[in-house]
Every structure is written in C-alpha cells, then in structure tokens.
Write a protein that binds this ligand. Structure first.
Ligand SMILES: [Fe+2]
Length: 314
C-alpha cells in the first residue's frame, strides 16, 4: 500500500464554463487555462492547478492525490482495477494512474507535475490582546475583494456504505483515522470518518478526506485553504456582495480540525469551502471516537444547518 503525500485537485463537470469561471474567480482562484471543454484553476501555492471543470451535465468526476515517488505510482498501477501509468496532458504535465472508488468516482494518483511559481500575497502581522505591538508603527491596509485560495485541502463524500467507502480510501491511499463520529449513545454507529494523510512524524492537516453516512452517494464539499482568517471573512464579504451566490454555512470554527470556515454553493449546488488554521497532527496523535453532538458543533458560529448535513451532489 502506498501513502499519498496530499490531496491535490478535484474534477467537476458543469454545463457552462463562463459561469463556472465567474464563480471560481469570485471564490478566489486564478485561471490557468481554458479550452473549448475544460477550465483549469490554480491557487497561490505551486500546484499547477487545483480545480478542473469539464464541460457537460453537472456531476462530480473525482479527486486526485499526489504520490510520494514514481515507484509509488508503479505500485498503484499494479493494483487491482487500476489503469496503466498515463501521461497527463494538462497544465503541469506529469503522470497519473486512475482508480475507481466504490461509489464509481475517479481517483487519480499523480506524480511529476511541474510546479508553478507561487503567487505572493502580502500580509501584515496581527496584534492580539496579549501582544499589542506585533505591528507597532505600521498601518494595516488590505484591499477588499475575493479571498486568496492557496490549495485544495480536503474533500467529503457522502456514502451509503461508510465503512466500505472509508476502508477503500485508507487501503488504497494510505490514509489514517483522525476522528470517527458516532450517534450519541451508540459508539458502534459511526456516521462520519475524518481521515488524514500518513506522513509519520511530519505534521499534516487534521483531515484530507472524509466519508459521511447518508441516504445517497455524492460530493458533500470540496474545501480550499486560504491565507488566514482575514481571507475567510474577506471571501465571505466578497461573495455576499455579488448578490448571486447561495451561502450554506458559516462563518464559524469547527470542533474537529478547528478550522475557521465558510461554505458557499457554486451555480450547480456544489459546496466549496474556505478554511484556514487547521489542527496539525502526526503519528503520535491516536484516532478518537467522538459523539456527533460534540463533533459536529462549532466552537463558535452558527450550528450546522440540516441543509448542509444532508447535502450531496452526484
Ligand atoms: Fe470541510
């Protein structure tokens, strides 16, 4: 079994690339390339793209993860149901192996994509009540506008087979459990699994891939890391000011993972999250079993709406 380095991009299909580009630009991504039937968007980090839109009826195509080595790519290609190693004819190039998850979604393991120069986003030091002079003598000036998306941070799939779906991702990508959430009073009834990449002693985000239990199968959300807390709130203000997008949850701070978050629907009801400030774990953090009443709360901010809990787009 390989252990992937990170999640790297998601693929969606949408019937209007102009509308898709407008939303993703307002959400804080940067266009890399647009063809007759594809739209590639990047963040400020060096990944050549983090979001792909294929032209067609709305649907979720799948997710991609970075391999740690070319050897790992060969290992994946030898696994049951895998494609051969293929050249990626897309911005950044590289190679991939395609798998199909138990829900029928495509999972790509990629290697050798050529990084791009990061986009510099200037930021100022933030004073706190305890440390008032981190920015002594300097004035804060930050222009309004979209947030500045860095990277894809995690994805969440709703499944009718929580254990099967979770195990597939753990066994094929080497993910490990950070938290499992159960129905209060019945620790055997797990309804969500929070999984992270396994980088041994190296610290990684609290979660990279989640499965949530539901009565249907689909994408619950794609979650993009932004620069800082200002960026979450700037992004919220900007999307709100456009008066055309549907806001579904936030702002708040999660319990599991502790991110400051905000969730918006794209024009075809796919949820895109802005987040910053994740808990960082390593192999010394054991998995936890957490009751839903605690795990799905916010540390501050509005409670999770029913509309979000039951949300999945095929
Ligand atoms: Fe999330």
């Amino acid at each position: 079994m390989i252990k992937v380095r990170d999640i790297v991009f998601g693929r969606l299909q949408s019937p209007d690339l102009d509308l898709a580009e407008e939303f993703l630009t307002d959400f804080g991504m940067i266009r890399v390339e647009r063809t007759a039937d594809r739209l590639y968007m990047r963040g400020t980090d060096p990944e050549p793209f983090i979001h792909v839109t294929h032209l067609g009826e709305p649907r979720f195509i799948g997710l991609a993860f970075n391999a740690r080595s070319e050897e790992d790519l060969r290992t994946v290609a030898a696994s049951e149901g895998a494609s051969d190693i293929e050249d990626l004819d897309e911005p950044g190039g590289g190679k991939r192996v395609r798998l199909t998850d138990p829900h029928g979604y495509q999972v790509e393991v990629v290697w050798g994509r050529k990084p791009v120069d990061p986009v510099d986003v200037s930021r100022f030091a933030v004073n706190t009540g305890a440390e008032k002079d981190l920015r002594a003598g300097e004035l804060t000036r930050i222009g309004a506008g979209p947030s500045h998306v860095k990277r894809l941070g995690h994805a969440v799939i709703m499944t009718t087979d929580l254990r099967g779906g979770t195990n597939w991702y753990r066994e094929n990508l080497g993910l490990v459990s950070s938290d499992e959430v159960y129905v209060e009073g019945d620790p055997n009834k797990v309804i969500a699994t929070f999984n992270r990449v396994d980088a041994g002693p190296e610290y990684v985000d609290h979660h990279t891939f989640l499965c949530v239990d539901g009565d249907k199968v689909g994408l619950n959300h794609l979650a993009f890391e932004v620069q800082d807390i200002d960026d979450v709130f700037m992004g919220h203000a900007h999307l709100h000011s456009r008066e055309k997008y549907d806001h579904i949850w936030g702002t708040g701070r999660h319990v599991l993972g502790s991110q400051v978050f905000d969730y918006w629907l794209d024009p075809w009801d796919r949820v895109h999250e802005h987040w910053t400030d994740s808990d960082r774990l390593n192999d010394r953090n054991p998995p936890n079993l957490v009751p839903a009443e605690e795990g799905f709360q916010s540390q501050w901010g509005e409670a999770v709406p029913e509309r979000f809990i039951g949300h999945a787009t095929p």
